[in-house]
Design a protein around this ligand. Structure first.
Ligand SMILES: Cc1cc2nc3c(=O)[nH]c(=O)nc-3n(C[C@H](O)[C@H](O)[C@H](O)COP(=O)(O)OP(=O)(O)OC[C@H]3O[C@@H](n4cnc5c(N)ncnc54)[C@H](O)[C@@H]3O)c2cc1C
Length: 483
């Protein structure tokens, strides 16, 4: 694994959770202290919840409603608009969790600690990949100690390049990025100031101010009064504009509408908006994931979420192959299944109006074709159907499950756990009395059967031909899972 950003850590955790030993190298000596992503989506939170990390993640963020506020200054009258993230009320129906406003520099250390807790991951900070020789059955990687400049060679069965937008591995593999690399540029100022006091009960995920001299966005960046103020510029402005601390403080005062505000400026950085996709995400035993495979502008808040969800997809598929639960052809489905989602989010982020889309438009991309969330009535521990998904296959039945249990224990393949649901929960899942639904670890349905089916025969076929989510989506459209 190359990189301890969200993509690298998610892949490594998913492998470690399956008992696979993994080596992770990271160029930086310590993790990044930049807040960057602050919008953690519903599906990403569902994955973090499934690892027991939901509370730890939320502890580093702020409680907000998923609406954008727009006004001339933070203290003037303004309007609120819905975003592509569901509101609290929508989340309560859709999911056992909800999006979180948490900065990336809180999320990453939580993920790294979780990875280390398995005791089977070797994490080498201050170590970079400087070259590789990829063959079909093995990858030879040249590593360099950033401090001593000493190099050494390691061999890996698979290599996952989660080394970000300027991926060394991608370049070494000769894979090119397609799409605009420079759409616009932005200056972000990280600062501390008591803005929540000004905002009172107007607690939202983003504030767009339209003041003629200070048009930009204020985004909460974690607990307390930590904020980011971002201003986007046309590319025509060359060289790339930046701001001094005094200029930033002045703009923040104007945007806040409080001439007496004294923001403490902590950091000012510039970044370029790009909307690109790598030509291909795999070369032999090397895979690209996250920003190495796609660059998504911050518009709509999907870059990290796409990275984490693709990394989870790659992680469980690699683990299944390495555990011998399935053949290596499963790895071909990684790009086939995740590329359409990334392409959608790349295109959306390049659209100047992409940030204004609604949850009804964007939830299909975030949630994918996962099984529905239904609270399981027969359990006392407030478990969702999503909480029952395991690392192998999970079967949900409605009514007597002995025949399904017998079939599940006799068929070779990934471990298969059967949950016999109460009638109302099963009804919410679209499982008729006597029927069954089979799901992959990511919740994508892998089979649905009415009553009267012969369990052993249909299960064997389903395991042999695990469907891709696009097939699943087609079948969902046909109503196959909703009868
Ligand atoms: C201002 C801003 C706001 C954003 N807001 C959002 C948001 O609200 N929601 C959202 O979903 N996304 C957002 N994003 C996007 C998000 O930050 C990225 O998509 C995310 O960081 C991608 O994760 P990654 O793990 O793929 O790459 P990275 O986070 O870039 O991690 C790559 C890692 O690889 C390491 N590395 C690089 N080269 C090597 C090498 N040769 N050897 C070893 N290690 C190497 C790097 O040091 C780095 O730690 C935002 C981005 C910015 C800039």
């Amino acid at each position: 694994m190359v990189g301890t950003g969200p993509a690298g850590l998610t892949t490594a955790i998913t492998l470690a959770r399956h008992g696979i030993e993994v080596m992770v190298v990271e160029r930086r000596a310590t993790q990044s202290g930049l807040p960057r992503a602050a919008s953690v989506s519903t599906r990403t939170m569902e994955l973090l919840r499934s690892w027991g990390l939901e509370q730890e993640i939320r502890a580093g963020g702020v409680e907000v409603e998923w609406k954008q506020w727009v006004g001339p200054t933070l203290t003037a009258a303004g309007d609120t608009h819905l975003t592509s993230f569901p509101t609290r009320e929508q989340s309560a129906v859709l999911s056992p969790t909800a999006p979180a406003s948490v900065p990336q520099d809180h999320l990453e250390p939580v993920l790294l600690d979780h990875l280390r807790s398995f005791g089977i991951a070797r994490v080498e900070m201050g170590t970079e990949v400087v070259g590789l020789d990829g063959r079909t059955d093995d990858v030879q990687v040249t590593l360099r100690d950033v401090e001593t400049r000493e190099t050494r060679i390691v061999h890996a069965r698979y290599l996952v390049a989660a080394d970000g937008a300027r991926s060394t591995v991608r370049d070494a593999l000769g894979i090119v990025m397609r799409g605009p690399g420079r759409l616009s540029q932005a200056v972000g100022t990280e600062f501390r100031a008591p803005l929540w006091e000004l905002l009172g009960d107007r607690r939202y995920c983003i504030y767009a101010v339209t003041h003629p001299e200070a048009a930009g966005v204020f985004v909460p960046a974690g607990r307390g009064d930590r904020w980011v103020y971002g201003v986007e510029h046309e590319l025509a402005q060359e060289p790339s504009p930046s701001l001094t601390k005094e200029q930033s403080a002045r703009l923040i005062r104007l945007g806040s509408g409080r001439a007496d505000l004294a923001p403490r400026i902590e950091r000012i950085g510039t970044f370029t908006f790009a909307a690109q996709l790598a030509d291909r995400w795999r070369e032999g035993a090397a895979f690209l994931v996250g920003d190495a495979a796609h660059q998504i502008t911050p518009r709509g808040g999907t870059g990290m979420n796409t990275a984490i969800q693709s990394a989870y997809d790659l992680g469980w598929k690699l683990a299944w192959v390495l555990r011998g639960w399935t053949g290596p052809q499963l790895l071909d489905t990684y790009e086939a299944e995740r590329r359409p989602v990334a392409a959608h989010n790349v295109a959306r982020s390049a659209d100047p109006h992409g940030g204004a889309r609604l949850a009804a438009q964007e939830l299909p991309a975030d949630l994918g074709g996962r099984i529905p969330h239904v609270w399981v009535r027969s359990r006392a521990d407030a478990a969702s159907t999503l909480d029952l998904l395991g690392p192998g296959l999970t079967m949900f039945t409605n009514g007597p499950s002995a025949a399904w249990q017998r079939a599940a224990s006799s068929i070779p393949g990934p471990p298969l756990v059967v949950h016999d649901l109460d009638a109302i929960t099963a009804r919410g899942m679209g499982i008729p009395r006597g029927g069954a639904l089979l799901a992959r670890p990511d919740g994508a349905p892998a089979g649905w059967w009415p009553s009267g089916t012969e369990p052993a025969a249909v299960l064997r076929d389903a395991i042999r031909a695990l469907p891709t989510p696009s097939e699943t989506a087609d079948r969902l459209a046909e109503g196959a899972y909703a009868r």
